[in-house]
Design a protein around this ligand. Structure first.
Ligand code: ADP
Ligand code: GLC
Length: 496
């Protein structure tokens, strides 16, 4: 039965299932989204519950305060049972948090693996997580809609519509799946079907099979009621062979049910007027503090000798093929000869870590890199840099360019996915636009965009206009949360 708010709007209970969520566990933008969207939905009157795996880092944050909402759930596998508890993480911002506790699977140094590679039992880890969310919901509240994110949560609809399909309390729940990145699919050997106790009839090309692998994301695409992704442009791109990562055929088959909703950002965390990580604060009305942030940033990277008039290019990124650093490598030698300084923060694939380390080693006066994950430093880069570089080969949404706009740090991006949707090319004659874009997958095209940016930087008045244009853009979660609410209502009404 639908419930109604005093204003007449339908109140829905939404369960979020995802492998990352700020402030508990983060490797990328997924965590920012799952951290920020639920409280915004609560503001609209909805009830939201978030389930996360209880990783080692989450246990540290709980600091001994472990209260079980459910002490023990039995999750059967082919040859044995595993037991999971559900820890009550309490309420924050009106959102209820629960953690799936299974220490032998989640109490590890990384979320998905180590520097050597992915954990070999990831299929079992995230299958257990998905089953636990479903079983826990039966006791703690079955929602109108499960909103599941990426491959790690994509088995939820597969269980719901196959092995659990006749469950009287679960069968009315709808599922919305958000694809944050189609390249990460969770593909495992065929025997995973038996290991997870699925019937072999789902291991076919129209269901979970993909190139002779059991593919979690494909299962999610097939069995969810509505699919969303994180920008309009990527929603179009993913239907093509170039961006679909082999899933474009399935996605085209479901194009009617696919929506592109651009991510918002959390301005409580990312705002130069209030950001606690900065040496000074600033606003569009008074930009003076940005100079101090720049000096503080350069000193954090040991680049104190960089001249005042030299533009600083910032990078904060996972170091993965997706992020386009091969293009940067093509032009790195020429770029560091120019009148610029570069500060980069990131970690990931060893080839890119090596590229940045070597580049900095040979250009100590104007290129510096910090390998690692460091939230405070990420904020300092957003504030202290003049330009922010994202030459991504593809980018479902991208959050850093949106943070950059707010910090008056002008983005230079490749025109793909959410980067294309959020950044408008600077037009010096009209004084319109927010950044610089290039399209060709080539170092030359990237260099040309950087050169346009550096030329614009020379004109102080124009540059200020460009910064202020970006700072005036509003990408808060208010509007996207409303769009998600419409999607939830549509999904719920299909099952009603
Ligand atoms: P993706 O999710 O593909 O990595 P996004 O742009 O959506 O890309 O989000 C990346 C998020 O992760 C941003 O909040 C960014 O600040 C953060 N981030 C990425 N790498 C690092 C790092 N090395 N240190 C701190 N934060 C990082
Ligand atoms: C993925 C994408 C990124 C997006 C983020 C949050 O990690 O790579 O573009 O911003 O998810 O949706």
């Amino acid at each position: 039965m639908p419930r109604f708010a005093p204003t007449g709007e339908v109140i829905l209970h939404i369960v979020f299932a995802a492998s990352e969520c700020v402030p508990f566990a983060k490797t990328g933008g997924l965590a920012d989204v799952v951290g920020a969207l639920p409280p915004e939905l609560v503001k609209l009157g909805h009830q939201v519950t978030v389930y996360l795996p209880l990783y080692a880092g989450v246990r540290r944050q709980l600091a001994g305060e472990v209260t079980y909402a459910i002490r023990s759930i039995t999750i059967p596998f082919q040859y044995y049972n595993r037991l999971a508890g559900i820890v009550d993480g309490g309420r924050r911002g009106g959102v209820q948090y629960y953690f799936v506790d299974c220490p032998e699977l989640f109490e590890r140094p990384g979320l998905y693996g180590t520097a050597v590679g992915d954990y070999p039992d990831n299929a079992e880890r995230f299958a257990l997580y998905c089953r636990a969310v479903l079983e826990a919901s039966k006791q703690l509240g079955v929602p109108e809609v499960f909103h599941v994110h990426d491959w790690q949560a994509a088995l939820i609809p597969v269980y719901l519509r196959t092995t659990l399909k006749s469950d009287p309390v679960l069968s009315h729940a709808a599922v919305v799946l958000t694809i944050h990145n189609a390249a990460y699919q969770g593909a495992f050997p065929p025997a995973t079907t038996e290991q997870l106790l699925f019937p072999w009839e789902i291991f076919t090309l129209d269901k979970v099979e993909q190139y002779d692998r059991f593919n979690f994301l494909k299962g999610g695409l097939v069995y969810s009621d509505i699919l969303t992704t994180v920008s309009r442009k990527y929603a179009e791109e993913m239907l093509t062979a170039e961006f679909g990562e082999g899933l474009d055929g399935v996605l085209r088959g479901r194009a009617q049910d696919l929506r592109g909703i651009l991510n918002g950002v959390d301005y409580a965390q990312w705002n130069p007027a209030t950001d606690a990580n900065l040496a000074a604060h600033y606003t569009p009305e008074n930009l003076a503090g940005k100079r101090e942030c720049r000096a503080d940033l350069l000193s954090a990277f040991g680049l104190e000798l960089v001249e005042d008039a030299t533009p600083v290019i910032g990078i904060v990124s996972r170091f993965a093929v997706q992020k386009g650093f091969d293009l940067l490598e093509e032009i790195a030698g020429r770029l560091s000869e120019m009148e610029v300084a570069v500060v980069a923060l990131g970690s990931g694939e060893p080839v890119y870590e090596k590229f940045f380390r070597d580049w900095a080693f040979w250009n100590k006066s104007n290129v510096a890199v910090r390998i690692g994950y460091n939230d405070a430093l990420a904020h300092k880069i957003e504030a202290g840099a003049d330009l922010f570089l994202m030459p991504s080969l593809y980018e479902p949404c991208g959050l850093n360019q949106i943070y950059s706009l707010k910090y008056g740090t002008v983005p230079v991006v490749r025109a793909t996915g959410g980067l294309d949707d959020t950044i408008e090319e600077w037009n010096p004659r009209q004084g319109s636009g927010t950044g610089f874009k290039f399209t060709d997958v080539s170092g030359e095209a990237l260099l040309a965009a950087i050169e346009r940016a550096l030329a614009a930087f020379e004109d102080q008045a124009g540059w200020k206009r460009l910064m202020l244009n970006g700072m005036a853009r509003n990408y808060s979660w208010e509007q996207p949360a409303r769009e998600y609410a419409v999607v939830y209502e549509e999904a719920a009404s299909r099952l009603a």
